[in-house]
Ligand binder design. Structure first.
Ligand SMILES: Cc1cc2nc3c(=O)[nH]c(=O)nc-3n(C[C@H](O)[C@H](O)[C@H](O)COP(=O)(O)OP(=O)(O)OC[C@H]3O[C@@H](n4cnc5c(N)ncnc54)[C@H](O)[C@@H]3O)c2cc1C
Length: 394
C-alpha cells in the first residue's frame, strides 16, 4: 500500500492485486521508527495520533538499565516522541483511507509473470490477466515475484519464536518502553495508541525448535516465561485477553545481490525479510515504496532502458541500508538467544557493566536509522484528490 500511495502521489495509475479475499492485518503489534512515519505523512496518510510515542530502554530481567535508545531531541519534538507503538490494523486503516477507492483488487493470487518488453503480463489463479508498465513485487517473504525473477531459495529459520499481545487501559501510559532479557528469553513492552485508545503491547521471545508443536496455551506459556521479570510486564500479560495474543516463528532470508530485472522489482519483505529484532521490516517496506516512486517519476515510462535504470538506482540506494538492518537484527537475535550456555554469563556481565550494548543498540542503530530521515524530502504532505473532495464536501 505504501508503494502504491507513493506512486499515486507522483502521478501513476496504480492497481494492487491481493490474493486474500478480505483486507485484514495478519499480525497485531507494531512499532514504527520516525523515517517511515515521515514517509507516511508525505504519501498522504493521516499520521496524527497514529501511535503512542515512547522512549525505549534495554534492561536485564532484574530491571537494571543496560541501554537507552537515543533519538535526537529535534526528532523527538518533530515526531511527538519518536518511536511509536500501535496496532497493525490501525496503520492499515489509515493507509486504506488514503488509497483512491478501487485501487485494491482482492482474490487475485498471482501465479505467473512475464516481462514482454514494453510491458509485463500478470496471470492470476482466477483466470484473469493484466498488463502493466511496471510491476512491484510487494508480496512478502514467500514472494512469487521474487521467485519468478531469481528462483526459489530456502527461508532462514532463526529457531526463535515470539508470542505477542496487547491490551487497552483507561489511563495514558508513561511513555516508556522496556526491552528486557534474562539469560535465554526476552520479555518486553511498549505503550500503544489505537483508534483513540491507550494501552500496551508486550512480547515474549526465545529460542525454539521449528519441528516442535507450538505451545497450546499462550497465556500459560507467556506467564511462565515472564516469571522473574518485573511485576509491570507480568501484570500486563496477566490482564491480556487471549484473543489479543498471537505467536510467530521468526524467519528471514539472507540479503540477495539483485532485486530488479527489466520492468519488475521488489519492495519490503519480498526484497529483504527482516526479523522483528529491528522493529523495522514494515518501516523499511514503507521507505522502499517512497524511494522507488521517486526514481520512476524521473523517467519516461515507455523507455525500457530508462525504467530498468530507475529500478536499479532505487535498489542501489536501498540495499546497503536494508541489508545492514536485516543482518544486524539476525545477529542480535543470535547473540541474545543462541549463544552457548557457558558464554551467556560473560555476555550478560559485559551488557550489565560495560557500554557495549549502549553503543550497539542505543547509539549506533538509531543513528543509522535516523540517517534515513535526511534522505526523505521536507515537503507538504500530499492530500489525495478523493480526500480533498471529501474535505470540501464536509
Ligand atoms: C512478530 C513480528 C513483529 C514485527 N514487528 C515489527 C515492528 O514492530 N516494526 C516493523 O517495522 N516491522 C515489524 N515486523 C516486520 C513486518 O511485519 C514486515 O516486515 C512487514 O509486514 C512486511 O510488509 P510487506 O508488505 O513487505 O509484506 P507482507 O506484510 O507479508 O504483505 C505481503 C502481501 O502480499 C500478499 N501476497 C502474497 N503472495 C501473493 C500472491 N501470489 N498474489 C497476490 N498477493 C500476494 C499477501 O497476502 C500480503 O497481503 C514484525 C514481524 C513479525 C513477524
Amino acid at each position: 500500500m505504501a508503494a502504491a500511495l507513493a506512486a499515486i502521489r507522483v502521478g501513476f495509475d496504480v492497481t494492487i492485486f491481493e490474493r486474500a479475499s478480505e483486507i485484514r492485518a495478519a499480525g497485531n503489534i507494531l512499532n514504527l521508527w520516525p523515517p517511515p512515519q515521515k514517509v507516511l505523512k508525505l504519501i498522504g496518510v493521516d499520521t496524527r495520533d497514529l501511535g503512542a510515542p515512547c522512549k525505549v530502554f534495554f534492561h536485564n530481567a532484574d530491571g537494571r538499565q543496560r541501554a537507552e535508545v537515543k533519538l535526537t531531541p529535534e526528532v523527538e519534538r518533530e515526531f511527538g516522541g519518536g518511536f511509536i507503538g500501535l496496532l497493525r490494523w490501525g496503520l492499515y486503516q489509515r493507509m486504506l483511507a488514503a488509497l483512491p477507492p478501487g485501487t485494491i483488487r482482492l482474490d487475485h493470487n498471482l501465479t505467473a509473470i512475464e516481462d514482454l518488453g514494453g510491458s509485463v503480463r500478470l496471470d492470476f489463479a482466477n483466470g484473469e490477466t493484466f498488463d502493466a508498465d511496471v510491476v512491484i513485487g510487494a508480496d512478502g517473504i514467500n514472494s512469487a515475484v521474487r521467485k519468478s525473477l531469481w528462483g526459489d531459495a530456502p527461508i532462514r529459520h532463526q529457531h526463535l519464536h515470539l508470542v505477542g499481545g496487547y491490551l487497552f487501559l483507561d489511563d495514558a501510559p508513561d511513555g516508556i518502553g522496556v526491552l528486557s532479557h534474562n539469560r535465554t528469553t526476552q520479555v518486553s513492552y511498549t505503550p500503544i495508541r489505537h483508534d483513540g485508545k491507550w494501552g500496551y503491547e508486550w512480547w515474549v521471545l526465545e529460542a525454539c525448535d521449528p519441528a516442535d508443536p507450538p505451545p497450546a496455551d499462550l497465556i500459560g506459556f507467556s506467564r511462565e516465561r515472564a516469571a522473574g521479570f518485573p511485576q509491570k510486564v507480568r501484570d500486563l500479560i496477566a490482564a491480556t485477553p487471549v484473543e489479543h495474543m498471537q505467536r510467530w516463528e521468526i524467519r528471514d532470508r539472507p540479503p540477495i545481490p539483485q532485486w530488479s530485472k527489466g520492468r519488475i522489482t521488489l519492495v519490503g519483505d519480498a526484497a529483504h525479510p527482516t526479523s522483528p529484532y529491528a522493529a523495522y521490516g514494515a518501516g523499511m517496506s514503507i521507505e522502499d515504496g517512497y524511494f522507488l516512486a521517486r526514481e520512476l517519476a524521473a523517467v519516461d515510462i515507455s523507455d525500457d532502458a530508462a525504467v530498468s535504470g530507475a529500478l536499479q538506482r532505487y535498489e542501489d540506494r536501498r540495499k546497503p541500508h536494508t541489508s545492514r538492518v536485516s543482518q544486524e537484527a539476525y545477529r542480535t537475535g543470535r547473540m541474545f538467544h543462541h549463544l552457548p550456555a557457558p558464554l551467556r554469563p560473560v555476555r550478560d556481565f559485559v551488557f550489565d557493566h560495560t557500554p557495549f550494548l549502549q553503543k550497539m543498540v542505543g547509539d549506533e542503530m538509531p543513528k543509522h536509522i535516523l540517517s534515513q530521515l535526511a534522505e526523505i524530502e521536507d515537503a507538504d504532505p500530499y492530500v489525495p484528490p478523493h480526500m480533498k473532495e471529501k474535505a470540501s464536501a464536509a
